[in-house]
Ligand binder design. Sequence first.
Ligand SMILES: NC(=O)c1ccc[n+]([C@@H]2O[C@H](COP(=O)([O-])OP(=O)(O)OC[C@H]3O[C@@H](n4cnc5c(N)ncnc54)[C@H](O)[C@@H]3O)[C@@H](O)[C@H]2O)c1
Length: 254
Amino acid sequence: MGRLDDRVIIVTGGAQGIGLAYCKGLAAEGAKVVVADIDKAGSEAAVGELGEAGTDALAVVGDVSNPEDTEEMARATMERFGRIDGLINNAAMFQRPAMSRVPFDQIPVEEWDRLMAINLRGVFLCCRAVVPHMKDQQSGKIVNISSGTVYFGSTNLLHYVTSKAGVIGLTRGLARELGDFNINVNAIAPGLTISMDESNDVRSGMNQQRIQARALKRSEVPEDLVGAAVFLCSSESDFMTGQTMVVDGGAQMH
Ligand SMILES: NC(=O)c1ccc[n+]([C@@H]2O[C@H](COP(=O)([O-])OP(=O)(O)OC[C@H]3O[C@@H](n4cnc5c(N)ncnc54)[C@H](O)[C@@H]3O)[C@@H](O)[C@H]2O)c1
């Protein structure tokens, strides 16, 4: 028996990287998984892989910053599975698509707006789309993906750090609004995680420094984040809401 047997969980940005690891980890605990991603080929490949492993999975292609697309994400999930038990808000402008890594006054205004639309408005829109169904069920688990950069105060990505700090504020406020409906809202703040082929990762130099800053001195990989996601989607976290779990090998302690 799995810890998430028959729970229906949507993972935005689930086509690859850490999102795909969440999908596989949730599926391994018995969940039915909806891969919601802007990348059509990637989502379909992910669902194919999950299906081969015996998981009932659905791909929904859309842009989390677009209200019609997020409504369609919830509608398609309800049509296929008849319920929504969890939502992991993982999609972001980060590596895919890549953001600029420059001093704050060189961030193009258009990129600031686009990043906020995906990383912050997208979380709001996805929550707005699924919460009516969770309220009907009188249960639900929302997990928002923030970032350790908020605690670290990382430089040369101010739009990103600001958006991920916003995710923590959204998590706290929404947790209080939804407590009466038995809906938990929590966040995970990953540390620097090798989520793509290191030869393509602009951060591979930074990784060595980050390893030295950790209590647990090794690279962080997507699978390191799966346990926190499974826990926050399971009944084991039923009395926990409004919290942010930092999963970074002890680089930040709060
Ligand atoms: N990798 C890290 O070091 C790290 C550290 C801290 C936090 N995070 C956060 O974890 C999450 C996953 O990280 P990752 O490294 O796997 O990211 P990634 O950039 O590799 O993948 C992002 C995924 O989101 C999808 N996506 C992008 N824009 C979208 C949109 N508008 N609508 C729908 N889907 C969209 C992409 O297609 C991709 O599948 C992100 O929220 C990221 O900010 C990552």
